[in-house]
Design a protein around this ligand. Structure first.
Ligand code: AHG
Ligand code: MN
Ligand code: MN
Length: 347
């Protein structure tokens, strides 16, 4: 079949042959996800016209202002998976507690973890944002809804990916046998394979970070970013700075062109900002499946045992050589005991 005409549904079914983790059930869930994506796109593409911009006036479990589109997208995911019998639990950035779907649970073994809109600050300026998703399977013999059933390591995800509402809409997913990207043809209303078996460049002189946090970082992180920005001791030319303000958009660029994204912990917030279960872990699986790496700065994101649903984690993710460089920089500086807590000041 012409790969360009390979639909998402067909591809997911074909993946079952190659991936021991892919089952017919998982295929149905991923196809359902494509439907949720198309429903969100329909609103996003005419956002300025349909009273979907701006705030709801509420704050979410993270203490962050909820935008109307955050709430709308959350409702789309709840509705899309509320029937069909396969999804037992939905965990979302926008809901403090897991949503259990008891009528599905007798036969539904799956949990969906989702950041319905990642990059909310871009909504009102027609910038890029998206949705991040991860599917977990309830362990054999485990009752549903227990902490043991829900707090699974990233390495146990059975599928993960993101949908990006950009100039074109893309859905990128992995079921553990490579990373594949699809582009929505709006005329046909279908996702078609456009990026087969994405491989991340092993290195690239590009970095993504919110450098406004510089003064809040530990000295070893300040030195690392000094190095990336060309202010380091090595006297090397700096890396190009690219920061979209949406984790998945920054990572999409890095997946295709290489580089590193970092959201380190800070002195006042050592765990950083990003959430482990529905931001860092799904993107870590995607990036590692494409040949990259994802780390807290000292350990693998996928090996972390989550302690709670909305846990935050420091994140260093991207091209394998760039992440290895960041890790070894942080380790060696910590070993040397750099303790100039104020660090150097930017002029
Ligand atoms: P969300 O929109 O789900 O709250 O996530 C925003 C995240 C992430 O997408 C982005 O990379 C990061 O926050 C940006 O944070 P800063 O504004 O602190 O740079
Ligand atoms: Mn997010
Ligand atoms: Mn969000």
């Amino acid at each position: 079949m012409n790969r360009k005409k390979m639909t998402l549904a067909r591809h997911v079914l074909e993946q079952q042959k190659y991936s021991p983790k892919a089952t017919g059930e998982l295929s149905s869930l991923l196809i359902q996800l494509g439907l949720a994506a198309k429903t969100i796109v329909r609103e996003v593409s005419r956002a300025g016209l349909v009273n979907i911009l701006g705030l709801t006036g509420e704050t979410n479990v993270q203490g962050e202002a909820v935008k109307k589109l955050d709430r709308f997208a959350n409702e789309v995911f709840v509705e899309a998976f509320g029937y069909g019998g396969l999804l037992c639990t939905l965990i979302s950035e926008e809901m403090e507690k897991p949503l259990h779907l008891p009528e599905n649970c007798p036969q539904g073994h799956y949990t969906l973890l989702v950041d319905p809109i990642d990059g909310s600050s871009n909504i009102d300026v027609n910038g890029i944002f998206g949705s991040i998703f991860s599917f977990q399977k309830r362990p054999e013999g485990e009752a549903h809804g227990t902490p043991e059933a829900l707090l699974r390591k990233g390495s146990e995800q059975i599928a993960a990916g993101y949908i990006m509402y950009g100039p074109s809409t893309m859905l990128v997913y992995t079921v553990g046998s490579g990373v594949h990207g699809f582009t929505l043809d709006p005329g046909v209303g279908e996702f078609f394979l456009s990026h087969e078996n994405i491989r991340i460049p092993t290195r690239s002189r590009a970095y993504s970070v919110n450098q406004g946090n510089y003064r809040r970082w530990a000295p070893e992180v300040q030195r690392l970013v000094d190095d990336f920005s060309g202010r380091g001791d090595e006297g090397e030319r700096g890396y190009a700075l690219r920061y979209a303000g949406s984790l998945l958009a920054d990572i999409h660029r890095i997946l295709l062109e290489g580089g590193i994204y970092l959201y380190p912990g800070s002195l006042d917030q050592p765990e950083g900002k990003l959430r482990l279960l529905y931001e860092a872990a799904p993107l870590a699986l995607v990036v590692e499946q494409a040949g990259g790496r994802a780390s807290t700065g000292t350990e693998s994101i996928l090996a972390l045992q989550p302690k709670n649903l909305h846990q935050r984690v420091p994140l260093f993710i991207g091209s394998p050589e760039e992440v290895a460089r960041a890790e070894s920089f942080i380790r060696s500086r910590r070993r040397k005991g750099i303790n100039d807590s104020g660090g150097e000041r930017l002029p």
